[in-house]
Design a protein. Structure first.
Length: 82
């Protein structure tokens, strides 16, 4: 009787342990999938920010050229640059 009880209890513990391993693996797979999604979102945000920065850099360059031209005009007291 004790041997049968020990055998059944051992089997139940083995099944419970296997279930715990399967559950932990599923949770790990879900965590990896979530991390990949977050990485893709971060990369998309980075690319959008990079594109916006490039656009702003172009605008800034144009403004700097305009400012430099205006400063040259203001500094040209003799009218040579016209």
């Amino acid at each position: 009787m004790m041997r049968t009880t020990a055998f059944v209890l051992g089997g139940l513990l083995l099944v419970a342990g296997a279930s715990a391993v399967v559950l932990a693996d599923q949770q790990r797979q879900q965590a990896v999938a979530q991390a990949r999604e977050e990485l893709e979102d971060a990369e998309a945000r980075r690319e959008a920010a990079r594109a916006e920065n490039l656009e702003l850099a172009g605008t800034l360059t144009a403004l700097r050229v305009t400012i430099a031209e205006q400063q040259d005009r203001l500094a040209d007291t003799e009218g040579f640059l016209k």
